[in-house]
Design a protein around this ligand. Structure first.
Ligand code: CS2
Ligand code: MN
Length: 361
């Protein structure tokens, strides 16, 4: 595995490449052209410029998160082929620049949902949190208003103001889309892009839905073992793979994370490692990465990744806001750096134990 950090680009991120370069063991970044709209073709020159900027700092681009999918593709509109063509051109441009990992999601309308961006924990840190009750009491616009004051001046992925302006029309597009239809549209998209992925050796890595159930009545499919295995079998090509995000699959306590990792052997191209602390099954907050701070056993998760021979990038997913840092909620430097160091420590210990003691731990 390779330890990486997500970086939104110098125009959008409070964290610099120089700072990332100084986190022990972090050698790459996961980045994107954050100001491109879903459906747009990524310009090859811009991709190259981004790559050169990252490389000048002594790091490299380990993957792209995300190339977002246009709602026409998700809802299967008549004009979807045009947007798929554009997506293929973007993949070609990435492939020509020697980039081979693309994270994306297939969540209707917006990306992950949290009801608070700055819940205060007993230690005084602030974290992203979710309570089902808050979702049940609000509509998306009201929720956006109630959380936008805590964005620290950043643009949150999936909750961009432009997106919120069109939220009603976007909801209307999903009126006749159920989970089955969404699966069908995802299959259609993946089948169309697999040839270019084969040609340029691009691993597509779908990010699970977060939380792993329907919000605001919208369909959601990448939520559990059964559905993710179904998707792998539906388009049975190794380039159709997964971003294994523990904090997203883990929102549903019925999901056994180490078991799912083992079942997805060969198809996990990217891992997001994050811990959650549950107060009830539908009230949780994003804890520090350390196992004892939340509900997940991080050692078992890392061991499962090690045992399936995982070689892709890992990034410590969202961190807490600590030490008075002001950054995009979930994406400050300090707690993610602590997370990277901790996960690297677990990995080193697992590796060394495996190599001694006749391979058993
Ligand atoms: C989130 C998402 O959980 C996460 O990693 O920050 O924004 C994620 O990057 C996207 O869903 C991937 O497409
Ligand atoms: Mn994630």
């Amino acid at each position: 595995m390779e330890m990486t950090l997500r970086w939104y680009g110098s125009k959008f991120d409070t964290v610099t490449l120089k700072q990332i370069r100084q986190i022990p063991g972090v050698t790459g970044v996961i980045t994107t052209l954050y100001d491109t709209a879903p459906g747009e073709v990524w310009d090859r020159g811009r991709i190259r410029a981004l790559k050169e900027e990252v490389e000048a700092s002594g790091l490299h681009i380990a993957g792209i998160e995300s190339v977002n999918i246009h709602e026409s593709i998700k809802t299967g509109q008549k004009d979807r082929d045009k947007y798929i063509e554009n997506y293929i051109k973007t993949l070609e441009n990435l492939g020509k620049e020697d980039l081979h990992l693309v994270c994306y999601n297939f969540m209707p309308v917006f990306d992950w949902t949290r009801t608070e961006l700055a819940r205060v924990r007993p230690d005084g840190s602030t974290v992203l949190a979710y309570t089902q009750k808050a979702v049940d009491d609000l509509n998306p616009e009201k929720m956006f208003e109630s959380i936008s004051g805590d964005m620290n001046g950043s643009i949150m992925p999936g909750w961009e103001p432009e997106r919120m302006e069109h939220v009603k029309e976007q909801f209307a597009m999903y009126q006749n889309i159920d989970n089955e239809k969404l699966f069908e549209n995802l299959k259609y998209f993946l089948e169309k892009i697999m040839p270019v992925c084969d040609q340029y050796e691009i691993n597509m890595a779908i990010h699970p839905d977060d939380p792993a159930w329907s919000v605001f009545g919208l369909p959601r499919i990448i939520i559990n073992k059964k559905n993710i295995l179904r998707l792998m079998a539906m388009v049975d090509n190794p380039h159709n793979g997964v971003t294994f995000c523990t904090g997203s699959f883990g929102t549903n306590l019925d999901n056994n994370l180490p078991e799912m990792i083992r079942l997805l052997k060969g198809r996990i191209h990217f891992a997001h490692i994050r811990n959650l602390k549950f107060h009830s099954p539908d009230d949780f907050e994003e804890a520090a990465h350390l196992s004892s701070d939340g509900n997940f056993d991080m050692y078992e998760i890392m061991k499962a990744l090690y045992e399936i021979g995982f070689e892709g990038p890992i990034r410590p997913d969202h961190g807490r806001m600590i030490w008075n840092e002001k950054a995009m909620p979930g994406y400050g430097l300090y707690d993610r750096a602590l997370g990277a160091a901790y996960l690297n420590g677990l990995w080193e210990a697992i590796e060394k134990c495996k190599n001694h003691a006749g391979g058993s731990i």
